[in-house]
Ligand binder design. Structure first.
Ligand SMILES: *Cc1c(COP(=O)(O)O)cnc(C)c1O
Length: 376
């Protein structure tokens, strides 16, 4: 007879996991994941096998889906990223990495002989994607703050002027949230008279809120990007990893292929696609609107400034890039890193002041750090 219910021991295992997840969520400042969401209204959808396989803009014979919402989500970001009115397309991905993979894939189809340039501060998944796509690439040095070294970029492209240029620009690096300036990159391409190029913007965290910042960083389609990827579970917040990629429709058309089995176009990377994650993004966009999202960004920036000031007050050499929510400082005691789940690299750690982080969280961390000898 099939089991109808979980055995008590298995139920207990589940409860224990839930408790652990709850506790660890409370002390969580080292990764760029927002936690201020309540998706209770969406719970009933968990009873259905939602799947948006294929192209969100082309109907499929598989109709237990959320394509209508997915299209609204993409339209929202296309407008936020100032895409040309009739030349945008995109889909909800499994995360920023898939969006970056997609951008590189399009770039390769457009420029099969292209060379990819990206800074040494680029997310680790990009190298993996370049390997998967078998694309030749050159790593450019980064400045101290994590931003690409424009001189090195210009010099290196200058030595390869006969090869189409594919740029993977960081709109917020993983460690210091440095933004590469797409306007500056375009100026370099113009100076070197490079005609064949493609610029992809990796906006995983920062790209999600850069549109709300004054002065607006140069990161989007109007600034010269050909595609932009963001993570949905970072600034927006989602119970499962997800992301958004927006590209130029004219470019996407070059790789579109009709597939009879799904009754849609095969323009995305995976087969089945998460039909629930577009709902989370749609819900947040509807609930907060542009103004609500802007307020969250303003809040995060203020908390980041507060954290920097407070850390400096106790003698910790904290700093942050202008208009970012990532505060960098020398890696604290391992006990503190463990408790607050602080990533660290080359002796540096950071906290990321996501919208759910309040001054009280900062105060609690600072009190613990003040109690430790400062290691500089
Ligand atoms: C988080 C991050 C990624 C990867 O995004 P996922 O959503 O985790 O796949 C890529 N680039 C940068 C700069 C990131 O911070």
């Amino acid at each position: 007879m099939p089991l109808q219910n979980l055995l008590p021991g298995d139920l207990k295992t589940l409860q224990n996991l839930l408790q652990k997840v709850k506790t660890n969520t409370d002390h969580f400042m080292g990764y760029p994941v927002a936690k201020d969401f309540d998706y209770t209204d969406l719970l009933p959808f968990l009873n259905y096998p939602m799947n948006n396989l294929g192209d969100p803009f082309v109907d499929s014979t598989y109709a237990v889906d959320s394509r209508e919402m997915e299209k609204e989500v993409i339209a929202f970001f296309a407008s936020l990223f100032r895409a040309n009115l009739d030349d945008w397309w995109g889909y909800v991905t499994n995360g920023g990495s898939e969006g970056n993979l997609y951008g590189l894939y399009l770039a390769r189809e457009l420029h099969p002989k292209g060379m990819v340039y990206y800074s040494e501060a680029t997310h680790y998944s990009v190298q993996k994607n370049l390997h998967l796509l078998n694309m030749p690439n050159i790593v450019i040095s980064a400045q101290e703050n994590g931003e690409i070294d424009y001189e090195d970029l210009e010099r290196t492209i200058g030595m390869n002027r006969h090869i189409p240029v594919i740029i993977m620009a960081n709109i917020g690096t993983t460690m210091t949230e440095a933004r590469d300036d797409i306007a500056k990159i375009k100026a370099i391409l113009k100076k070197l008279a490079i005609k064949n190029y493609y610029i992809h913007a990796d906006g995983a965290l920062s790209g999600s809120y850069s549109a709300f910042i004054e002065p607006r960083p140069a990161f989007d389609f109007a600034d010269g990007a050909d595609s932009i990827a963001i993570s949905g579970h970072k600034f927006f917040g989602s119970p499962m990893p997800c992301g958004v990629v927006v590209v130029k429709k004219s470019n996407r058309n070059r790789i579109a292929r009709s597939v009879a089995y799904i009754g849609s176009m095969d323009t995305t990377i995976t087969g089945s696609r998460n039909g629930h994650s577009p709902l989370f993004l749609w819900y947040t966009i509807k609930k907060l609107g542009i103004e609500g999202l802007r307020e969250r960004a303003v809040h995060s920036l203020a908390v980041a400034q507060y954290a920097t000031d407070k850390l400096n007050e106790i003698g910790v050499k904290a700093w942050r890039n202008p208009n970012t929510i990532t505060v960098n400082f020398p890696a604290p005691d391992p006990v503190i890193r463990q408790k607050w789940q602080l990533a660290s690299e080359n002796g540096w750690s950071h906290i990321i002041c996501m919208p759910n982080v309040q001054k009280e969280h900062i105060d609690a961390l600072i009190a613990e750090m003040a109690a430790q000898p400062v290691l500089i």
